[in-house]
Design a protein around this ligand. Structure first.
Ligand SMILES: Cc1ncc(COP(=O)(O)O)c(C=O)c1O
Length: 429
């Protein structure tokens, strides 16, 4: 007889305190941050860390320009401004993402237009893009969500055909590759987040803008310093106090920059450990009836930001909907000590700002005379994104220093549940 579920009073499979947090901090990281404070002149450090990070990350990606900023949203806004988006211009984004992707477009008075995602990869569906292209469309903004690279070849082919820019949202995909090329170096410009949960992080907030294009880089540099021209560390000597255009204050923080530079040295190693954990989980869960593990198509070098699982209740003889089963399984697994949960609860176009078209007030930017007033945010247009947010569950804790032993415990908790799925019906919801 199977052990009693922890949610019904049994003993949890995973002991409390077994899951180690992210980021994994080492003595090298501690020294990197302490060294910033070791000298007397922080101005020297600000220049060294900002320029050093720009150089290190540009080398890592193989691009010409990187601008460190204070969030992924700011980095994406630099992309949007960098390609010269003007009021009313439309940018195509996937319906499943964090809404910051679309916010970065709105920040520049652009209009986000959403396209549904592919069923297996949750990334922008190239087959649905062209039906949303209008004479106002200027760019495609695929998101390599959860570290899964979007299908860039057809996306780039569509962009070429319609003379559009391609921007990459790499907030969750540091180190991901597509057919051997690095995500972040595949389009015209890219924005990375380095917020605390990300694969490469400052430990708090941060972002990295990347491009190979000199003009896009110049515009991004202006945007992130209030429209002024500055040289990091030489602001007082060089600044002309003349704004060349509208800008924001998006500059990064010296401590975070020192920390992320140290973390960058272990990005590949950390990503490889995550991949090993996730591949082991897939191996252990793959044959469990009712559990559907992630599918990674050929050529997509996934960077495992999170691990996602879906359920098929009918496969274990339960007449529950997938969302109901997921909610019960989530409750049961949490009680077993497995860190699982949900992320988005509705596709981005379903969020209030798009349903009510309330941006800056008075309906702006949708009421702007340059914008089309017909852009539709009908949730019925995004069934795949809806299905994904309803039925997926995330397994967290796949980050190093957690390893194979913990993954086996996670799998054992799934096994305990799936051996007695009817017990899930007893859980009070
Ligand atoms: C897909 C995606 N895009 C953009 C962002 C925005 O990054 P940040 O929170 O650093 O502004 C995030 C952050 O979670 C994200 O997940």
């Amino acid at each position: 007889m199977a052990d009693k579920l922890a949610a019904l009073g049994g003993t949890p499979v995973v002991e409390a305190g077994s899951v180690r947090p992210w980021p994994h901090i080492t003595d090298e990281d501690r020294k990197a941050v302490a060294d910033v404070l070791a000298g007397e002149d922080l101005g020297v450090q600000r220049q060294a860390q900002e320029e050093g990070l720009a150089k290190d990350f540009a080398e890592c990606l193989g691009v010409k320009h990187v601008v460190p900023v204070n969030s992924g949203t700011a980095a994406l806004h630099c992309c949007v401004a960098g390609i010269g988006i003007e009021p009313g211009d439309e940018v195509i984004c996937p319906a499943f993402t964090y809404w910051a992707t679309a916010a970065a477009v709105l920040h520049h008075n652009g209009i986000p237009v959403f396209v549904d995602v592919e069923p297996d990869t949750w990334t922008l569906d190239p087959g649905r893009i062209e039906e949303r292209i209008t004479d106002r469309t200027r760019a495609l903004l695929p998101v390599h969500i959860h570290g899964m690279p979007a299908d860039m070849d057809p996306i780039k082919a569509i962009a070429k055909k319609h003379d559009l820019y391609v921007l990459e949202d790499c907030a969750q995909s540091h180190g991901a590759t597509y057919k051997g090329g690095k995500c972040g170096a595949l389009g015209d410009a890219a924005g990375f987040s380095s917020q605390a949960s990300k694969l490469l992080t400052t430990g708090s907030y941060g972002g990295l803008f990347a491009t190979n294009d000199d003009v896009i880089a110049e515009r991004a540099k202006l945007l992130q310093y209030l429209g002024e021209i500055v040289v990091p560390g030489r602001e007082r000597q060089m600044q002309k106090y003349n704004a060349y255009g509208l800008g924001w204050m998006y500059r990064g923080d010296v401590m975070g920059q020192a920390f992320i530079r140290s973390q960058l040295r272990r990005l590949d190693q950390n990503n490889a450990l995550r991949a090993a954990n996730c591949e082991l989980l897939t191996e252990l869960l793959a044959d469990m009836p009712g559990v559907l593990t992630p599918i990674v198509p050929e050529g997509r070098g996934m960077a495992w930001y999170t691990y996602t699982v879906r359920f098929d209740p009918q496969a274990v003889g339960l007449e529950l909907t997938a969302p109901d089963f997921r909610a019960r399984a989530e409750r049961a697994l949490q009680a077993e000590g497995v860190p699982v949960g949900r992320w988005q609860t509705i596709p981005v176009p379903g969020q209030n700002i798009f349903q009510a078209k309330v941006g800056y007030g008075k309906g702006c930017p949708w009421t702007c005379r340059h914008a089309s007033h017909e852009v539709s945010y009908d949730l019925a247009d995004y069934p795949v994104a809806q299905e994904f947010v309803d039925s997926q569950m995330y397994v967290f804790g796949v980050n190093p220093p957690n390893g194979a032993d913990l993954m086996r415990e996670f799998a054992a908790a799934f096994e305990k549940l799936m051996a007695q799925p009817e017990e899930l019906l007893k859980i009070e919801m």
